[in-house]
Design a protein around this ligand. Structure first.
Ligand code: CU
Length: 156
């Protein structure tokens, strides 16, 4: 009788291992993965920098013969200093701020105006990581600019 009872114990042991593994996998899926996918923790001074960087979309920007459209065309901002960047449309035509190739900030997500920036309105984006992003205006592709986000002097 020793053989059947030991094989019975073996069966129970096997079931225990399977149940344990199943619990482990569901724990991993329920708690561990969401933790990994959660937004990174960003220092408050980067989420709420003391200063902003403003880029003006000037009147006549849609005119291909006009050099000035995004002013300034190339801009640098520092993390923790002025990494909240605002594009202000002061003209009378709708424009967009569209990255030349998609850029996704680790915290703020996809960069680029969700639609057009109507005259008198603006588009804001908080950059939380270093990046160099060439961008343009979708309806007027000759309007080009570049924003560079640098490690800030105040950032550790
Ligand atoms: Cu435009």
């Amino acid at each position: 009788m020793s053989l059947p009872s030991s094989s019975h114990a073996y069966g129970i042991g096997l079931i225990a291992v399977i149940v344990g593994a199943a619990i482990g996998v569901s724990y991993y899926q329920l708690y561990f993965i969401p933790e990994l996918n959660a937004k990174p923790i960003i220092p408050d001074k980067i989420l709420h920098p003391g200063d902003t960087t403003t880029i003006i979309i000037v009147p006549g920007a849609e005119n291909q013969a006009q050099d000035q459209n995004f002013v300034p065309k190339t801009t640098k901002a520092q993390l923790g200093v002025n990494n909240l960047v605002i594009w202000k449309n002061t003209g009378d035509t709708a424009h967009t701020v569209t990255p030349d190739k998609p850029f996704k900030d680790q915290y703020s997500g996809d960069f680029g105006s969700p639609g057009v920036i109507k005259p008198g309105t603006s588009y804001k984006f908080v950059f939380t990581q270093e990046a160099v992003i060439p961008y343009h205006c979708e309806p007027h592709p000759w309007m080009k600019g570049q924003i560079t986000i640098e490690h800030g002097a105040l950032t550790s």
